[in-house]
Design a protein around this ligand. Sequence first.
Ligand code: UT7
Length: 333
Amino acid sequence: MSTPRARIIGTGSFLPEKRMTNDELAKIVDTSEEWISSRTGILERRIAAEGEVTSDLAAAAGLKALAAAGCAPEDLDLIICATSTPDLVFPATATIVQRKIGAQKAKAPAFDIQAVCTGFVYALGIADQFVRSGMSKKVLVIGAETFSRIVDWEDRTTCILFGDGAGAVILDSAPGGSTQGILSTHMHADGSHVELLRVTGGVSHGRPEGFDWRHDALGFVDMQGNEVFKQAVKAMGSVAEEALAANGLTINDVHWFIPHQANRRILQATAKRINLPEDRVVTTVDHHGNTSAASVPLALDEAVRDGRIQPNHLVLLDAFGGGFTWAAALIRW
Ligand code: UT7
């Protein structure tokens, strides 16, 4: 019997209602609409409401993906949630999502993965292995974040970049001979650059003296933006080429390139590096900002729903994030 192939049969996404424009940010930190839009391409981002947590966004995106796939929550036999902003240290956000979408009856495994902005593509790669091995058939894969809760709202170099949101897909097992589905996934990490992009606090560092456990946050996003920019373009370019070469395909075969939406200039530089015309790059960073693990599935859902992605199109997902981590997935739609 040939190896089954994982196919995306539904996508969904969710954004919090509150929009924050660049002009609003300019009232909080020393910046301007002109600087943010010209250096990043971001025009606005969404901010979760008070009390609205990552699992709320994740569950809403998951339910939309289930509806698009025509599946019931109890059909799921695996849930993976990629997030760096979990509701709680434990249990995993995926288990909270399982309850919120009413999928607990199936008692399927549910867990989180943490690879920052690469999280969704890592999660898709893991889900693909579960389907290929025959362990799972229908899988919900989510990328969800509330980065507004971990940015330093006094640091103009980071707070202008990030936004909140969630995106999700449903995978189904297709027969091995199927031409449609995930062709391959490629994942990498290099832990030598932890200090270039990180959150400054964390559980196992313990609580500093004078820590007020009721009010103090666990740390803030800290980034050497300039250096991260260069590394992101290099890594996303090389993993895109690796994915194409592994399948005997070239950049001319790609209909849609869906990179992590960090900064419009990163998207443009990566496309240039791999010789891809910009009109084949799905770009949503203007209205989402950088939503970390949610950015690739948010952009994917947008391009599916507006009809750009059509059956048999070749779609290349590509991401880069803290760690550093980077990954690509090549999909025949
Ligand atoms: O999601 C994971 C991956 N994350 C990323 O990929 C982010 C990658 N990095 C970037 O997107 C860009 O590096 C930034 C948008 C963060 C910064 O843009 P840049 O063109 O690399 O600017 P820079 O850091 O080289 O700073 C240039 C100048 C500096 O002033 P001086 O030293 O030249 O006087 C900064 O202080 O821009 C200043 N600056 C700002 N000015 C107005 C930095 N942030 C701001 C701001 N408003 N918000």
